[in-house]
Design a protein around this ligand. Sequence first.
Ligand SMILES: [Zn+2]
Ligand SMILES: [Zn+2]
Length: 94
Amino acid sequence: MQCRIDGCNALVQARSYCWKHYQNLRRHGTPEAPKRVPVTHCKHGHEFTAANTYHRYGRRYCKRCLRNRNNAYRQRDRDEDRAWFAQHAGSSAD
Ligand SMILES: [Zn+2]
Ligand SMILES: [Zn+2]
């Protein structure tokens, strides 16, 4: 008899599971090892495609979010710029 898990061809050792899947069942309460759900989207819902993924420090970053962040910085700089000019403007020419 084979393990009842689809795709597992190992022989049954206990409770219709192979040893590995039986151990999983005992350990985790489920014969399938708990899968690490792969992160497919950044927390803003952008998909981690090859084109949209930026690798840094062993982690993945969403390029769109990085761009948004940069844009936000730039926007802030511009606002600060405008504020600075507003504050430092001399009186308009008479
Ligand atoms: Zn198995
Ligand atoms: Zn994103």
